[in-house]
Design a protein around this ligand. Structure first.
Ligand code: OSB
Ligand code: MG
Length: 378
């Protein structure tokens, strides 16, 4: 039985080692919302909200998520009992529409909490079957194709199992070609457009297709499933959907329409581990490979992604890079390190399997709030 006593929200500031640029803008300084769920037995679990500062990737932001957690998610989860962590998402989803990133930050904190209470790893509680997960790197748009080629070559040498390159109209063909030449013909190279194209761009999309990337991620608008289905008919390259997949129902529609051949699952985008696992199960039934996406997470969100990526259907390398790819100093001990192109799933440690560096976290905290159960118990 899980009974939550309070939620502690924190916003932290973390600077990326280098700016990350996509078709929807550049990020250098991250504002990250963290949620700590504290149970009546004093045990706590951690979640990380993947919402960004601006509504570019999705309609949610750090500020809308903060508001949604305080106003609605807290009311839905505090002052009641849950039989298990899989009951959190249904409760949150019944309580209010939308805001999946806000819901996920609470839901995932409770999964960590539940695993710690049971003394098992989060991977084990979720049904993970792998001890290591393959890493991929997502390279932002670089200043020139030459610079991108250099970065892509270095990534292969470092051991990454897949290189993903961001593309945007006007910064696509020369960049993708340079990356293909840099990594070699047989290497898994994928492209991510973050919804920057339309069906009017068919000509350039066909030319990208000719470079036979492993997949092209989210070429069109997130709402445009039929457009993706039409585009898939015109391309050999499998279409992977990211932004479009906001729920298991949406994933089922995309599969039924023929709009998707690979799915990028980010638990933080779809409402948490329960819906993420639902999409994983659905994809497995349809023979669709999935991989775990990333949102430039701190070591906390990364830990959740690693646990999810240990499930059997995650057969492709994810956007799961080691801590040092992003941060001078991560907020967890130990930091995530890459060994032989993989991250190790911390199966012998309870919950997400990393310690929170509370001192560093405190130093980076810009806002903090606590939401508690009312009355004598609180
Ligand atoms: O589209 O996958 C994306 C980062 C922020 C927002 C959207 C995306 C990304 C990435 C980075 O590609 C992946 C990572 O965390 O390394
Ligand atoms: Mg993407």
């Amino acid at each position: 039985m899980i009974a939550l006593e309070r939620l502690v929200l924190r916003e932290i500031a973390l600077s990326l080692k280098e700016a990350f640029r996509t078709s929807s803008g550049a990020t250098q300084h991250r504002r990250i919302l963290l949620v700590e769920a504290i149970a009546d037995d004093g045990q706590s679990g951690w979640g990380e909200c993947v919402a960004e500062e601006r509504p570019a990737y999705s309609p949610e932001t750090v500020d809308t998520a903060w508001g949604a957690v305080c106003a609605w998610a807290a009311a839905a989860v505090l002052d009641r009992e849950f039989a298990g962590p899989e009951d959190l998402f249904p409760a949150l989803d019944r309580a209010f529409r939308g805001h999946p990133m806000a819901k996920a930050s609470v839901e995932m904190a409770v999964w960590d909490l539940a695993a710690r209470q049971e003394g098992v790893s989060l991977s084990r509680l979720l049904g993970g079957t792998r001890a290591r997960v393959e890493t991929g790197i997502s390279l932002g748009i670089q200043g020139s194709p030459e610079r991108l080629a250099k970065r892509a070559r270095a990534a292969v040498e470092e051991g990454y199992r897949r290189v993903k390159v961001k593309v945007a109209p006007g910064e696509d063909l020369a960049f993708a070609l340079a990356a293909r030449e840099a990594v070699g013909e047989g290497f898994a190279l994928s492209l991510d457009a973050n919804a920057a194209y339309t069906l009017d761009d068919l000509e350039v999309l066909r030319r990208l297709d000719a470079l036979h990337p492993a997949m092209i991620e989210q070429p069109l608008d997130p709402d445009d499933l039929t457009g993706h289905a039409r585009l898939q008919e015109a391309l050999v390259t499998p279409i992977c959907l990211d932004e479009s997949i906001t729920s298991a129902a949406r994933a089922a529609d995309a599969i039924a329409l023929g709009a998707v051949r690979v799915i990028n699952i980010k638990p933080g985008r779809v409402g948490g581990h329960t819906p993420a696992r639902g999409i994983h199960d659905l994809a497995q039934r349809h023979g669709i490979p999935v991989w775990c996406g990333g949102m430039l997470e701190s070591g906390i969100g990364r830990a959740h992604n690693v646990a999810l990526a240990s499930l059997p259907g995650f057969t492709l390398p994810g956007d799961l890079s080691p801590s040092r790819r992003y941060w001078e100093r991560d907020v967890v001990h130990p930091p995530w390190v890459m060994e032989d192109g993989c991250l190790t799933v911390p199966l012998d440690r309870p919950g997400i399997g990393v310690e929170i560096d509370r001192e560093f976290l405190e130093a980076q905290t810009t806002w903090r709030a606590e939401v508690k159960v009312e009355g004598p118990a609180g």
